[in-house]
Design a protein. Structure first.
Length: 461
């Protein structure tokens, strides 16, 4: 086990079409879980420092609502990243690293073009976006600069996800993990300095958190690009790959469009729920929900990282024509994710008060956060299973199946149920909290039924 863990952290491309499936899952899962844990640390570091500022409810709500809007950017990033992982892993499974490299570069060109438009829109309409999300005018004005900086940095967010998806598809999850280490260490160092001030550096307050996060993510992207271009990776990048290949871009868009859509569907639901909590629970209710949601994501992102192992294993093994091994890899990954999420459930139920008090000193916010943590954690085990199944479909290039499942589960179940409980039954924020585990559990059950039918094995990439 020690040798497997050591190998998983070294940073080299591995062939997962041979050898022990258990070892393959562990080799991928360890760096992927650490990578996603580092990604979740971004929001928690910001939340911790701004939660101790004057008017902390304003600051916490701004961070939370901005993250909810950035979920659209994350959706775009994860969708394109998933397409890149599917294509790169399939080409690696076919033993064609040159084609894998070219596909990765074309995905980067596509992401860059899209994010320029997003950055401009987010910068210009930052205040209006916060108010549309349910923030009061004082909160929106207080958080405008934070929103402008975060939206303007959408390219860094997308590239961080995308290039890591390329590394994962090639079987090198350790480099993806290390890029997040670089980004987070930079953010953790800069956050207290820029928020509270240090020596000649003035205190920027809430805006300082956005500056620190942007610089941190930028540092992570620089590390990724350096590794791509240093010639030591199996993914060899040459200048000619940067010429747009419309056929390759079209193929990526074909996979990425439903992949982006499935995450947008989920993000759209979370945005609606955030707005519903803000309307029914006021500023303190919204801040409490956002605190609980950041904690949920802190625990969920490592599970997402583990489930990413299924995407790489499915892609490489389908490329190598090993269909049964691909299916066995998914079931093994799901087993490990259930074990992890069971532990998280116990921790959340038992330690909700401690977790909430750590991130905010506002008693009213703490009460809402504790209730939200306990209610939402009931479905954690099912969340874990659902993540693995969705990533298995995506890794195979079958991005439409999880899109339809997400549409039904989030927009036809989660949103109507949350609205019914919160508004019609007058349960307020509690109704929203209950709708989340109910819908996530339903999505997991439907996903398992569809997975067992096996149509994903026939997807051509």
């Amino acid at each position: 086990m020690y040798s497997i863990i050591k190998k998983s952290l070294q940073g080299e491309e591995l062939d997962f079409t041979i050898g022990s499936i258990r070892s393959a899952v562990i080799l991928l899962a360890i760096p992927m879980m650490l990578e996603m844990m580092m990604e979740s640390v971004f929001a928690l570091v910001d939340l911790y420092f701004v939660g101790h500022l004057p008017n902390s409810s304003y600051a916490i709500q701004t961070v939370g609502l901005t993250e909810s809007v950035l979920a659209i950017v994350y959706s775009l990033a994860m969708g394109i990243s998933m397409a890149a992982t599917a294509v790169v892993s399939r080409r690696i499974g076919e033993k064609d690293p040159a084609a894998a490299s070219k596909a990765g570069v074309q995905a980067i060109l596509l992401a860059t073009a899209i994010n320029v438009a997003i950055s401009i829109f987010g910068f210009v309409y930052a205040t209006q976006i916060l108010m549309w999300m349910g923030a009061s005018q004082p909160v929106a004005l207080h958080g405008t600069a934070f929103m402008q900086i975060m939206m303007s940095s959408s390219l860094f967010i997308t590239l961080l996800f995308l290039i890591n998806g390329i590394f994962r598809g090639a079987g090198n999850a350790a480099i993806a993990m290390k890029s997040l280490w670089v980004a987070n260490i930079t953010n953790i160092i800069l956050c207290p300095i820029l928020i509270n001030g240090f020596g000649p550096i003035p205190a920027f307050g809430l805006t300082g958190a956005a500056i620190a996060t942007t610089i941190g993510r930028g540092a992570g992207v620089v590390y990724q690009i350096y590794y791509l271009l240093n010639g030591k990776s199996a993914l060899k990048i040459v200048v000619s790959y940067f010429n747009p290949s419309w056929q390759q871009i079209k193929a990526l868009i074909k996979i990425a469009t439903p992949a982006v859509l499935q995450f947008v569907i989920a993000s759209g639901s979370w945005i609606f729920l955030a707005q519903l909590v803000a309307v029914t629970g006021g500023d303190h209710g919204s801040a409490g929900y956002q605190t609980a949601l950041r904690l949920l994501m802190f625990f969920m992102l490592p599970a997402w990282g583990l489930s990413n192992a299924a995407a790489t294993l499915v892609g490489q093994n389908l490329g190598a024509k090993q269909l049964q091994r691909a299916e066995e890899s998914v079931m093994k990954t799901a087993k490990y994710n259930v074990m992890y999420m069971l532990g998280v459930t116990i921790l959340s139920l038992a330690g909700a008060s401690l977790l909430a008090s750590f991130f905010t000193n506002d008693q009213q916010v703490q009460v809402i956060a504790i209730r939200a943590i306990r209610i939402m954690s009931v479905g954690y085990v099912f969340y874990g299973i659902g993540m693995v199944l969705m990533n298995a479909f995506n890794g195979a290039g079958d991005t439409w199946t999880p899109t339809w499942i997400n549409l039904a589960g989030f927009w036809f179940l989660q949103i109507p149920l949350g609205y019914f409980l919160a508004q019609y039954l007058d349960m307020g924020p509690d109704g929203v909290f209950i709708a989340i585990p109910v819908s996530e559990t339903t999505i997991s059950i439907v996903g398992f039924i569809v997975f067992r039918k096996g149509r994903w094995k026939k997807t051509k990439v």
